[in-house]
Design a protein around this ligand. Structure first.
Ligand SMILES: Nc1nc2c(ncn2[C@@H]2O[C@H](COP(=O)(O)OP(=O)(O)OP(=O)(O)O)[C@@H](O)[C@H]2O)c(=O)[nH]1
Ligand SMILES: [Mg+2]
Length: 285
């Protein structure tokens, strides 16, 4: 019953921007965030700080392995980051263009960029759609079929930064994937951070190593995001999180130590990720 109640309130929360968007193109999100702050503490933590919510279930000696609070913003910071991601007349959030080659990438004056890479079907486009829920007019295409995103899709977030949705690698990925993504990662000078998505249900797979090796080889600063956390039981998620954290701690150089678990369905972890992006692009003031 309680779980159903939570689901309902989270659904209402996720529907709210779209509903508000229908009434008016311009709206404030402070209402939506105020709603979040009304949730009971455990539900609020699950939505805003999913990793910290898992902490309660960890054996004391496992806690030191998990980097839970390297990035630990306050609810006020989260609310400010939501404003960066809110479409208004002065803060236009738009799809800019698509490209299959780096020299076709748009030349945008504002420099800080973030991109999202990962296997086909891992949830890149869904995550970007969730990040942009406060800008409901932005169209981000999602599909049940792997290999849906065939081009690099560029979005602008006001004058703050641009964000790139990449095609996935693996099953049905575009033939020129390596050429496209590798060249982009290697040569795009104003790329600030790469978000590497891993499916939290299955953990790191062989072909995730393609992206990990690219990031490590090009010495890119990158961040591991664990997608679809709504699909796992708490026990399974905890097991995957600990395994992936161990991998990050022992096998990577350039990966940010803290993991970012998210769900594009319940919105768990979305506010925190928005805040992290706002922070690394210098927009959390
Ligand atoms: N339950 C659940 N399903 C998700 C989540 N994120 C994505 N999905 C589903 O996973 C499938 C693939 O999602 P996409 O966002 O298109 O994946 P992608 O990584 O962009 O895939 P490509 O464009 O093919 O590389 C879709 O059916 C989504 O609905 C999530 O957080 N929870
Ligand atoms: Mg996609």
């Amino acid at each position: 019953m309680a779980a159903a109640g939570l689901r309902l309130s989270l659904l209402r929360l996720s529907e709210m921007p779209a509903a508000l968007g229908r009434q008016s193109r311009l709206y404030s999100t402070s209402h939506a965030f105020a709603e979040v702050l009304q949730l009971p503490k455990v539900q609020q933590t699950k939505l805003l700080y999913p990793l910290q919510e898992l902490e309660r279930h960890l054996a004391p000696d496992a806690r030191s392995d998990l980097h839970l609070r390297v990035f630990d913003p306050s609810p006020e910071d989260l609310a400010r980051a939501d404003e960066v991601f809110t479409a208004t007349a002065r803060n236009r959030i738009d799809y800019v263009s698509s490209a299959v080659r780096l020299d076709h990438a748009p030349d945008i004056p504002w420099p800080e960029k973030v991109c999202f890479i990962g296997r086909s079907n891992v949830g890149k486009s869904s995550l970007i759609k969730a990040l942009f829920s406060l800008a409901p007019e932005v169209e981000v295409r999602v599909s049940k079929k792997p290999g849906h995103t065939k081009k690099m899709n560029f979005f602008r977030v006001g004058k703050h930064f641009t964000l790139v949705d990449m095609p996935g690698y693996g099953y049905r990925s575009p033939e020129d994937f390596v050429e496209m993504v590798e060249t982009y990662l290697k040569e795009r000078k104003n790329l600030k951070r790469t978000f590497l998505l891993v499916d939290s249900v299955v953990g790191i797979q062989n072909n995730d190593n393609i992206a990990i090796e690219m990031c490590e080889e090009f010495a890119l600063p990158y961040v591991m995001v664990l997608t679809k956390i709504d699909r796992s039981s708490k026990g399974h998620l905890l097991k995957q999180v600990l395994q992936i954290q161990k991998f990050v701690n022992t096998q990577t150089q350039g990966c940010f130590p803290q993991l970012f678990p998210v769900s594009a369905v319940t919105y768990s972890g979305i506010h925190l990720l928005r805040c992290f992006i706002a922070n690394i692009t210098g927009n959390l003031r």
